[in-house]
Design a protein around this ligand. Structure first.
Ligand code: F6R
Length: 612
């Protein structure tokens, strides 16, 4: 999705903006641009289709643009094809105002015809240009840029994070937000805005999150924030504790591989502070034990891989709690009539905390009276702020578009929450509770064992990379695991693959299994091992080439049926998906590598999906 960065201070702005945009590259984009203001040269805008390298070359790494204040943008095309003209920043007709925008202006057609009727001519096909032109229109009439901004915000509908540079405002620029993330950064003699904290991490860790309806006037020494009514508001500051190095490759060829390798540590950071005296402690929970005990249903809502975490969670939590656990894709939930009320705890899962559909689902659940507990990685993100309770994953910044360490930490945290509730509800015998805590603490070292030797996975990937179609099959938790394994593979390698509940094969899918079809059979769920083996026999007898994943203790038994076996260390069944996902991530990585794909930035995908 699009990215925004803005800077005002004592240094040349353009190189800082380009560096910030580079940190936002991982979000996915197809063009980039910057606007810089200097007293001598006025407003200078440079933009270009393609990678940031093109813009860097065009501006000599930013050196050719004078000025100590500017705004920058990476665009992910929605309205209008990716080209130089449609790239941001967009200008008012008199070229005195430049605008960068994340989000979508829904009533742009109506506003555009209004502006055209007043004689304004448009240069691009974008919805964003309407904001720049409307600002120009009101600014010409009222002569005050802040007032013009408020008038524009009154008229535009949709989602926006805006950075606005006006040639008549020499050392401040303006920012505004509604339903799209925007942060303020307080540096030493300089100030920032950014859609994502990674863009300013090199310069400051002191940040504040803009709320919907707020407008900020950003100057080097201070940032003044106003609410929707124009009254000044005091912002709460947060210190970001992510390391700059966390957002760098650190010698790895790809962020994805680095993040796969970081999983044991990310899990340690997420789990260890919440275990005291061999017991799970959620100090951060605001809901009382009585309130938690009063719910009669859990409802998990999320998108993509976070939804797959929820799928594992549904199996595990229902088993642990003997309580109804529903699950829905956020994009479906928001337009359905879900059975949710004040007795429902809705668990919202989101790495970014900014996914628009998930946010909309959260708000719907709240309107229906439910309480919201979210599992989020980005501290202070919109979903975290709108939830009644937040459990943070401590995965650190995840840069690769395909999630790995965020998935793993979300999963372990959801399992922990399930165990915590089960104990609270009196549903867990103490010996089982003890066993589960022991296994939870052992997960990072078991994961390390998988990561120590990836040669066999690499070899199997080298034999599989040229397949047109791959099937993942599994039962119960293995089915939920297959959903994630298959998504990982398709998103980064562009190989068509599907995950099926193994018992469903006979109901249609088996017709696709022919000589040489690759089937990845997941057999980590011990209780249904024999059933899964039967499914393997079934697909093999139709000519399938099978790679199986199972627990170390079951490998011998499986070797009678399958020759290509990957193993994970044995663990309690509820944690098997936490280990099982690792070989599947690595398999996807090596298949994509062999196919020469852009692993960290797969085509058409964005890290944080802030549009519908
Ligand atoms: C896949 C992936 C996506 C996200 C989904 C939800 O690798 O990363 O499927 O899981 O877009 O994103 P969050 O968790 O940020 O709400």
């Amino acid at each position: 999705m699009c990215g925004i960065v803005g800077y005002t201070g004592r240094q040349q702005a353009a190189p800082i903006l380009l560096d910030g945009l580079e940190r936002l590259e991982y979000r996915g984009y197809d063009s980039a641009g910057i606007a810089v203001l200097s007293p001598e040269k006025g407003l200078q805008v440079r933009k270009a289709k393609g990678r940031l390298k093109v813009l860097e070359a065009l501006t000599d790494g930013g050196k050719s643009l004078d000025g100590m204040m500017g705004i920058g943008h990476t665009r992910w095309a929605t309205h209008g094809e990716p080209n130089d003209v449609n790239s941001h920043p967009h200008l008012s007709e008199d070229e005195r105002i430049a605008v960068v925008h994340n989000g979508i202006i829904e009533n742009y057609v109506e506003l555009k015809s209004f502006l055209v009727s007043t004689g304004v001519s448009f240069r691009s096909e974008t919805d964003t240009e309407v904001v720049a032109q409307l600002l120009g229109y009101y600014y010409r009439r009222c002569g005050n840029i802040l007032e013009a901004v408020y008038r524009v915000l009154d008229r535009i509908e949709g989602a926006y994070a805006l950075g606005i540079l006006c040639a008549d405002l020499p050392d401040s620029f303006i920012a505004a937000r509604k339903d799209a993330p925007l942060l303020l950064g307080y540096g030493d003699g300089c100030s920032f805005i950014a859609s994502d904290v990674t863009a300013m991490l090199r310069h400051t860790r002191d940040v504040a999150y803009m709320e919907d309806g707020e407008v900020a006037v950003v100057s080097p020494e201070k940032i003044v924030v106003y609410n929707a009514l124009g009254a000044e508001v005091e912002k709460e500051h947060h210190t970001v504790d992510w390391d700059v190095s966390d957002a760098e490759k650190g010698g790895y060829a790809h962020f994805m591989f680095k993040e796969i390798m970081e999983q044991p540590d990310a899990i340690r950071k997420t789990v260890s502070p919440r275990i005291r005296d061999h017991r799970i402690v959620f100090d951060e929970l605001k809901m009382s034990k009585e309130e938690l005990c009063a719910f009669n249903k859990l409802y998990i809502v999320a998108c993509g891989s976070s939804y797959h975490v929820g799928m594992v969670g549904k199996y595990n939590l229902e088993r642990l709690l003997r309580m109804q656990v529903d699950i829905a894709l956020a994009s479906e939930f928001r337009y359905a009539d879900p059975l949710v009320d004040e007795k429902t705890l809705v668990i919202v899962i989101s790495q970014s905390g900014e996914t628009l559909d998930t946010m909309a689902a959260l708000r719907k659940a709240k309107r229906l009276g439910a309480r919201i507990l979210s599992i989020v990685n980005v501290v202070g993100s919109s979903i975290a702020r709108e939830s009644d309770d937040v459990l943070y994953t401590w995965a650190g910044p995840e840069i690769a578009v395909a999630t790995t360490k965020a998935y793993s930490t979300q999963l372990v945290l959801l399992d922990m929450f399930g165990i915590y509730l089960a104990e609270l509800f009196g549903k867990l015998p103490y010996f089982l509770y003890d066993e589960l805590i022991g296994e939870l603490l052992a997960l990072p070292s078991k994961m390390e064992r998988i990561l120590e030797n990836t040669e066999q996975i690499k070899y199997l990937a080298s034999r599989s990379f040229n397949r047109d179609s791959i099937f993942f099959i599994g039962r119960n938790l293995d089915y939920a695991l297959g959903l994630e394994g298959s998504l990982k593979l398709k998103e980064i390698s562009y190989v068509h693959c599907e995950a099926y509940a193994a018992g469903e094969l006979k109901h249609g899918t088996i017709s696709l299994i022919v000589d040489g079809t690759l089937v990845v059979a997941l057999c980590t769920y011990k209780a249904l091992f024999d059933k899964s083996v039967s499914n393997i026999v079934e697909v093999k007898s139709r000519g399938a080439d099978v790679i199986a994943l199972t627990d170390e203790s079951l490998a011998d038994a499986l070797s009678k049926t399958v020759s290509n076996i990957l193993t994970i260390p044995d663990t309690h069944p509820i944690f098997a998906p936490s280990l099982g996902v690792v070989p599947l991530q690595i398999f996807a990585y090596y298949v994509a590598l062999q196919r020469g794909c852009d692993i960290d930035k797969p085509r058409n995908l964005a890290k944080s999906v802030t549009v519908e």
